[in-house]
Write a protein that binds this ligand. Structure first.
Ligand SMILES: C[S@@+](CC[C@H](N)C(=O)[O-])C[C@H]1O[C@@H](n2cnc3c(N)ncnc32)[C@H](O)[C@@H]1O
Length: 219
């Protein structure tokens, strides 16, 4: 079975104005952000990132991923929900010869990808990964699987398992207390399925997912 590991410990915590989003969020805002287009990545903060720009923050995370999975040059790694390929770029930079690829639903993100990742990013959905069984030495998916409803999230976890053989790491939206759940629900725009860790662990088991994991918890 997989285990909980904090492979993103090197990332600085994001400041969030929960109240501002809660006041302004409405079904139209949610509809636009779920298109994963320009508004989600590079529009006002209300719709998503408020500017998704490369700042090198993934570089230490890339090193931690390489060490955790003991990756070697020539092996293949896939980032599911790679957005503009920032982690793909930093994995390429951290271990020359590592063959790093990404997949994302957003053609806007792929059309605005990091220049070093051109041609490495596939357009597709996490619940249908167009790759052979066991074709990657490692699959990473950060803050993406929760954007599918429960049944499709289960399929996505099964797909990650199928192409990685369980050498994988996913991070998904969660909360440990009713207070954290309520803060999360004020903030959330795109997640279709979210749960306490125990609920996610049930889903991992149903999907046959045996990789590692971490939770994104807003505090
Ligand atoms: C919160 S962002 C995370 C991006 C990146 N992994 C990171 O941590 O910075 C969620 C990403 O999931 C992508 N996404 C949403 N639904 C998806 C799906 N069904 N399959 C693949 N990617 C999806 C979005 O386009 C977006 O790039």
């Amino acid at each position: 079975m997989g285990r909980e590991v904090d492979l993103l410990r090197a990332i600085p915590r994001t400041k969030r104005n929960i109240q501002a989003r809660q006041e302004a969020k409405d079904p139209e805002v949610v509809r636009i952000s779920k298109q994963y287009g320009e508004m989600y990545f590079d529009g006002p903060r209300l719709y998503g990132y408020g500017g998704y720009r490369y700042d090198g923050r993934w570089a230490p995370v890339a090193k931690d991923i390489i060490a955790h999975f003991d990756l070697k040059p020539g092996q293949r790694v896939l980032d599911v929900g790679c957005a503009k390929g920032f982690l793909v770029n930093d994995l390429l930079g951290a271990l020359p010869g590592l063959e790093v690829f990404g997949l994302d639903l957003s053609d806007y993100a792929l059309m605005h990808c990091h220049p070093n990742t051109v041609g490495r990013l596939h357009l597709g959905s996490a619940d249908r990964l167009p790759f052979p069984d066991n074709s990657f030495a490692c699959v990473i998916s950060l803050d993406t699987v929760h954007n599918l409803p429960r049944e499709r999230a289960k399929v996505a976890l099964g797909e990650i398992q199928r192409i990685s053989g369980g050498r994988a790491f996913v991070r998904v939206d969660s909360y440990r207390t009713p207070e954290q759940k309520s803060v999360f629900e004020s903030w959330v725009l795109t997640a279709e399925f979210h749960d306490y860790p125990a609920g996610w662990l049930d889903l991992f088991a149903e999907a046959g997912y045996t990789g590692d994991y971490a939770w994104t918890i807003i505090e």
